[in-house]
Write a protein that binds this ligand. Structure first.
Ligand code: G16
Length: 539
């Protein structure tokens, strides 16, 4: 039985950097999710031939929305849905499932690194057959549908039990409950030297993986403890919880403080990695040592020959404009192609599909490669383990020898949160207008050499995207400003600050960037406009 239900549009169904992200209570409003799903299906022709993956990071409201997707997709005559067992799939594993099974897309229910629970956030990442997030023109078409929606279709078939792998049906739609782990583990085994990593993890090397009560817990247990011989207990916060056990599942120095404290204590293990709610972001730590995401991309690239899948050569590398220039130094030295894209993993997809790049990364704790079309937290962890298994050096020594070879790009991100949207928009508009007048100005010894809005011209489909404002200084330092596209309350101004050094390699970024941080506030006038004398978060 299929019903057609009358509805009225919500005006806020606009996707951000990666999917639709809202306060859970907003997503729980009557017909909110139904409208959004129907709007997506309205943009896809020939649904009777289309197959999608459905799953999520285990957060609150996922199990309800999975059943809604089954019923709405079936009412729209979708050919087949692959549903992850227990409704759990990580964003990277989801990308692999799309590509391996030639699916037409995926609904991964996650607000990523944002907190969960009824008072937290809910989200839908909508991926296409590319294996990655839908492109801006596709999200625009969906938003236009959402603004004019009048009705949606829904089947009243029974709720489907997701606890066992099997095949069933709702209307004409085939529903296959799949194991979300096995293919992903095989994929990782085809890239890395599992034998060497197993030897390392069977030795006295001590490793902690923090899944932050997100979806990577079961992946990491199967990967590290069951396949690679790491001792039981290596994976902590390993059970996906609807509210992440109260954690803010964002693997950075602030929200994974418990792990940082452990790694800076006397009893620190040799190596730690943390992943976010849906397993695409990662943080890497050594004993009393933090690897910034920008450095992570540069160091992995410099060591690609140690990895079986890459040892015969890689294509180029790419980073978002806001990410530090560290990887460019490596690309230049190794004669690899180098690309700079707007923030958002979707902008790497064309570069991967056209074999222009193999590796890419972002300052927002994302690193990955062309094995899939999303960033991949477990991949990054295995890459480090493989490097350590080969080099038998500490994380700090690996980073230090990298900086000795290439210099160090000291880097910090300052976030000013919860700014009223109109204030944030005005700040960015005024700042953009002031860019030409900044050139040649001297700010406490930092002289502006160039200042411009970042515009990306995609070499494949020729689309242009504007994202962020860039200020360069004569000594090679840079500041990038942009508004976050993943928040759910107010606007967040992100200020990315970078300074290149070849001598003082082991200083604290806060010290090295203190003056430039002040300059960044002076240029943006953030204090005058928001009353905030300091950033809310520094990472
Ligand atoms: C998402 C995108 C990333 C992007 C990040 C930026 O991450 O997938 O590619 O770097 O947003 O966030 P913001 O716009 O807030 O700076 P995730 O992990 O939330 O999916």
């Amino acid at each position: 039985m299929i019903e057609t239900i009358k509805t009225t549009p919500y005006t806020d169904q606009k996707m951000g950097t990666a999917g639709l992200r809202k306060k859970t209570k907003i997503a729980m409003q009557e017909n909110y999710i139904e409208n959004f799903l129907q709007s997506i299906f309205n943009t896809i022709p020939n649904l009777e031939n289309k197959s999608f993956l459905v799953g999520g990071d285990g957060r609150f409201y996922n199990s309800v929305v999975i059943q809604k997707i089954i019923k709405i997709a079936s009412a729209n005559n979708v050919k087949k849905l692959l549903i992850a067992k227990d409704g759990l799939v990580s964003t990277p594993a989801g990308s692999h499932i799309i590509l391996k099974n030639h699916l037409d897309g995926a609904f991964v229910l996650s607000a990523s690194h944002n907190p969960g629970g009824i008072d937290g956030d809910f989200g839908i990442k909508y991926a296409t057959s590319s294996g990655g997030q839908c492109q801006p023109d596709e999200s625009k078409a969906i938003q236009e549908e959402a603004l004019k929606i009048k009705e949606y279709k829904i089947s009243n078939c029974q709720d489907i039990d997701l606890s066992k792998t099997r095949t069933t049906q709702c209307e004409n739609t085939i529903i296959e409950i799949i194991d979300p782990y096995v293919d992903y583990i095989k994929l990782m085994e085809s890239i890395f030297d599992f034998k060497k990593i197993k030897e390392l993890l069977s030795s006295d090397f001590r490793f902690v993986f923090d899944a932050m009560n997100g979806v990577t817990g079961p992946y990491a247990k199967k990967m590290f403890e069951e396949t690679l011989n790491a001792p039981k207990g290596t994976v902590i916060n390993a059970t996906p919880l609807e509210d992440f056990g109260g954690l803010h599942p964002d693997p950075n120095l602030i929200y994974a403080k418990h792990l940082v404290d452990l790694m800076y204590s006397e009893s620190a293990p040799d190596f730690a990695a943390a992943n976010d709610g849906d397993g695409d972001r990662n943080m890497i730590l050594g004993k009393s040592f933090f690897v910034s995401p920008s450095d992570c991309l540069a160091i992995l690239t410099d060591n690609y020959k140690l990895i079986p899948a890459y040892k015969n050569g890689i294509y180029g590398v790419a980073k978002s404009a806001a990410t530090s220039m560290a990887v460019k130094k490596v690309a230049d030295a190794l004669n690899l192609g180098f690309y700079e894209v707007p923030t958002g993993w979707k902008y790497f997809i064309n570069l991967m599909d056209s074999n222009r790049i193999s590796f890419c990364g972002e300052e927002s704790f994302g690193t990955g490669a062309s094995h899939i079309r999303e960033k991949d937290g477990i991949w990054a962890t295995l890459f480090w383990l493989n490097i350590i298994a080969e080099k038998r050096q500490s994380i700090k020594d690996i980073a230090l020898s990298h900086w000795k070879k290439y210099g160090r790009n000291y880097y910090l991100r300052n976030d000013f949160e919860n700014i009223p949207q109109n204030v944030a928009d005005k700040l960015m508009e005024d700042l953009e207008n002031s860019l030409p007048s900044l050139i040649n100005q001297n700010f406490s010894g930092y002289i502006v050499s160039d200042a411009y809005p970042f515009i990306y011209n995609d070499p494949v489909d020729k689309t242009s995207t504007k994202n962020g404002l860039v200020v360069h200084f004569t000594d090679g330092s840079r500041i990038v400003y942009r508004l976050s596209g993943t928040g759910t309350s107010g606007a967040t101004l992100r200020t990315y600050i970078e300074r290149y050094e070849t001598n003082n390699l082991l200083e604290a970024p806060e010290t090295m960037l203190e003056e430039l941080s002040k300059v960044s506030r002076q240029i943006s006038k953030v204090t005058e406009l928001t009353g905030k004398a300091k950033p809310d978060i520094i990472t």
